[in-house]
Every structure is written in structure tokens, then in C-alpha cells.
Design a protein around this ligand. Sequence first.
Ligand code: ADP
Ligand code: ADP
Length: 238
Amino acid sequence: MIQVKNLTVRYPDMKTEALADVSLSLEKGDFVCVLGKSGAGKSTFIRCLNGLQKPTGGEIHFDGQDISFHNEEQLRKVRRQTGMIFQHFSLIPRLSVMQNVLTGMFGYRSSFKNLIGWFTAEELALAKKVIEDVGLSEMAYRKVEQLSGGQKQRVGIARALAQQPKVLLGDEPVASLDPGTSNHIFTLLTEMHERLNLLTIINVHDIELAKRYATRILALKDGKLIFDGPPEKFSDSQ
Ligand code: ADP
Ligand code: ADP
């Protein structure tokens, strides 16, 4: 589904590469955790996959199409098919769960439509369904600022799912949550991965979480891919 060939990223002011010659293929059945210390290149990798970061070398093929040379319009289409969740949630705190999820469906550019509540019955039904999927039905009309960290990330997941994506990406989505809550979030992500057949790629710095939930681990070190394989073959010394 996604082919990455010799992907290299060098930021303008950098002596070494943030990503160096990374090649791999990602398939629908994969629940991938990307491991690596701070600065290893995890975030750069995730941002390349949804076109937020342009590679300085190599290629990324999404459903057979090379996105390296896509213009903004074409990249927007790729991003529509790619749901994203974030460490600090990137929600709008003063809006309700429902409003945040609807924003995911239409993008921030249509927040006017969101605020005045101009939605079809079908759109509202989809929003309700994804809110139910993440276990927040009873809080659908509560403001996001009143929710716990774990609940906020559930809203983040619901917003991503409302895009009906083919791929779900997470940039350290549990880094601000306690261990118990992190496990709840990973359980939910695993359920969604299986139920929706959703290629899932999550950055984590917690090796135990990656081993528990991933079907495949990627490990980055200084921008290089130093491990790509099943969790049982991964050893912490790498
Ligand atoms: P990680 O997510 O694993 O912490 P990053 O992808 O954020 O790693 O960073 C990889 C390397 O690229 C680091 O050395 C970081 O300092 C550098 N870097 C990341 N973003 C930028 C940027 N916008 N400009 C310059 N250097 C950057
Ligand atoms: P927190 O601990 O920050 O409240 P959690 O992610 O643990 O966040 O839980 C958020 C809400 O979802 C809670 O109300 C919890 O009862 C509920 N919840 C937890 N796990 C599940 C699950 N697997 N399915 C549905 N709801 C759940």
C-alpha cells in the first residue's frame, strides 16, 4: 500500500540526515510501531508518509502513485486518506467532542460550516458512529477541555476515523498519557485496525508498548532503519 524507497530527509541547517536511505513496504495488515530515541527521525518519517514533509531524496508511493512530486492539491487528497493523531491531541478545546469530530470530516477550512452546524443527516450519523466506536457516546456534547487526557486522545482517534482513512498515523499519541491510559488507547487502536482493516503506523518511545501491540516494529537510529521485523525478534539492545 505504501512503498518507501531510499527515503532521505536533510533539513536545511543540518549536517547529518534526519532520515537516511530508508526503504520498506507497508501493507494493510500491518500494525506498525516505530521505535527510536528522541531525534531518531520518527516524527520526520510519519510526516513524510502523509506529505507534510517533502523528502530531499528517494520516493514514497501511495497506492502505486509517487507522491514525491505531488502538488498541494494532490497532497491534500493523500492527506484525506490519512488520519493523523498527535501527542498533544490538536483538538479545539472549547468545542464539543462532536464539533471536533466534524472538523475532521471537513478540514479546518470549513470550520464555519462546523460552527453553524450545517450538516447532513448522513454526516452526523457518521460522526455519532465514530464517537460510539471510541467509547465516548455519553460525552458527545461535552466540551473537549472538560475531558481527561485519555478521553481527549479518544476524540483525536474519532476525528481521524471520521475521515474514513485508509491509513492511520500517530506521532507519539500516548507520550503524554499514564501507562494505564496508554494501554487503553493502544487496545482501541488495535480494535480499529482489525475492524476497519486500517494500515496503522504509530511512533512510540516505550518499547514494551510496541512489543505488546505491534505486528511489526521499525526501529530508527540517527535516521537509519536498524530493525524491521516482528516484535518477538526485536531485542532492546538495538
Ligand atoms: P524523533 O521524532 O525521533 O524525535 P525527529 O524526526 O523529530 O525525531 O528529528 C530527527 C532529527 O531532525 C533531529 O536531529 C531533529 O533535531 C531534526 N529536525 C527535526 N525537525 C527539524 C526541523 N524542522 N528543522 C531542522 N531540524 C529538524
Ligand atoms: P482516562 O483514564 O484518562 O479517563 P481512558 O482511555 O482510560 O482515559 O478511558 C476513557 C473513557 O473510556 C473512560 O470513561 C473509560 O471508562 C472508557 N473506556 C476505557 N476503555 C474502554 C474500552 N476498551 N472501550 C470502551 N470504553 C472504554
